[in-house]
Ligand binder design. Structure first.
Ligand SMILES: [Zn+2]
Length: 103
């Protein structure tokens, strides 16, 4: 078992793990249910381990090349005022500055 990635945010760790699983690499998720808020000294971050040591280099390569999605962004939305499609990372219309009225 070799640790390849660790981060306090289990959503980010989960994202990388799914990339590795998609590539056919068997992984093991350690400390999956530990939340950073519950531990005083956050030494037990969620950690991805590869089961087969031969997968380590490939796993590290995948993690290095992955671009992390913005996990806080919602889906794109359509401006009620001008009808433009606005990326989920914007909370107001880039075109007419109207706020997002969708719930
Ligand atoms: Zn607009």
């Amino acid at each position: 078992m070799i640790e390849v990635y660790s981060h306090a945010d289990s959503a980010i760790v989960g994202f990388y793990r799914s990339l590795l699983e998609d590539a056919g690499i068997k992984t093991y998720f350690r400390n999956e249910f530990v939340s950073g808020a519950e531990v005083i000294v956050p030494v037990f971050y969620p950690t991805i381990c590869v089961i087969d040591p031969e997968d380590e280099a490939r796993a590290l390569e995948i993690i290095k090349n992955a671009s992390l999605p913005d996990l806080t962004a919602g889906p794109d939305w359509k401006c009620e005022t001008c009808g433009e499609n606005v990326p989920g990372t914007f909370d107001q219309c880039w075109n007419c500055s109207n706020p997002d009225l969708t719930p």
